[in-house]
Design a binder for this molecule. Structure first.
Ligand code: NAP
Length: 277
């Protein structure tokens, strides 16, 4: 196997850190990013020749351009770009605050799109590459309290679906990964907002479930297992356009698809009644 160069955003914790370790474990080289690369120091010190730790804030486009340029100059170019960094937001839609909604979209959507646009010229020039966008089961299935997070991940799903069709003829493969609950502590880092009592039975009930999940029952996924699967798939080049990871994700997505299809079927006559007669 030839060593590949990975570019993994948000590698200071959780899935990104697990992915970096899994890629290093099979001999790949990794460019890892976090807002402050001091948080990547331990990993870089352990693998001085195989890790390039970079500071990159997804809300700062010039930092994204600089990080991708540094990565391209470091190895033979980025083979696998993993857009993993993201932030969550637990709030009913009415509770949303402008600045937090903007932070969420700057990070989860605009920053990811900028990273993709920065990496594509190099991949196109080489005629090969892979882009893995970590979305979520909530990129397919929305629920109370996760409206803004889902909106950002639905956006990334749409971007990924279009992009995969645009770049397939150029030799570049694109995949959405839709994890269910994985034990990374992400819930503690989610943005929060003041509550409005009216959402006690809906959004707040779900926030309470997530925040009080001390045993990790809602996060049964093992980040290391997920990381090894992604490294194996990317290394083999055999990747689907979307991949649900975790039985919780798969079950929720299948239920959504079934319900969505049934509803479209039930309203078919109305849907087909709009053309000029
Ligand atoms: P995590 O441990 O909180 O990791 C998030 C990473 O994103 C951190 O490394 C953080 O690094 C980075 N980050 C946050 N804001 C950033 C910004 N503005 N610019 C650059 N980097 C930023 O969460 P995780 O659970 O591993 O999540 C990884 C991915 O999986 C995310 O896309 C998440 O939405 C998705 N996901 C997770 C789960 C789950 O249950 N864990 C489920 C579905 C989907 P710094 O703070 O050091 O900058």
């Amino acid at each position: 196997m030839n060593a590949m160069t990975w570019f993994i955003t948000g590698a200071s914790s959780g899935l990104g850190a697990a992915l970096a370790n899994a890629a290093l474990g099979v001999g790949h080289h990794v460019v890892v990013t976090a807002r402050d690369n001091a948080r990547l120091r331990t990993l870089a010190d352990a693998h001085p020749d195989a890790v390039l730790p970079l500071s990159m804030d997804l809300s700062r486009p010039h930092e994204i351009e600089a990080a991708v340029a540094a990565a391209e100059a470091w190895g033979g170019g980025i083979d696998v770009l993993v857009n993993n960094a993201a932030v969550g937001y637990l709030a009913a839609v009415e509770e949303g605050e402008d600045q937090k909604i903007r932070t969420l979209f700057e990070t989860n959507v605009f920053g990811v799109a900028k990273t993709i646009r920065s990496a594509l010229p190099g991949m196109r020039a080489r005629g090969r590459g892979a882009i893995i966008n970590i979305t979520s089961m909530n990129g397919v299935v929305a629920m109370p309290a996760l409206g803004y997070y889902s909106a950002s991940k639905f956006a990334l799903e749409g971007l990924t679906e279009a992009l995969s069709q645009e770049v397939a003829p150029l030799g570049i493969k694109v995949m959405s990964v839709e994890p269910g609950g994985f034990r990374t502590g992400i819930v503690e880092r989610n943005l929060r907002s003041p509550k409005i009592d009216a959402y006690g039975a809906t959004a707040h009930a779900i926030i309470d479930l997530l925040v009080n999940d001390k045993e990790g029952a809602l996060a049964p996924g093992d980040p290391d297992r997920m990381a090894k699967i992604l490294v194996r798939l990317a290394t083999s080049g055999d990747t689907p356009q979307r991949l649900s990871l975790g039985a919780d994700s798969w079950t929720a997505i299948m239920a959504k698809l079934d319900a969505q299809r049934a509803e479209y079927e039930a309203w078919k006559d109305v849907s087909h009644s709009t053309y000029f007669e």
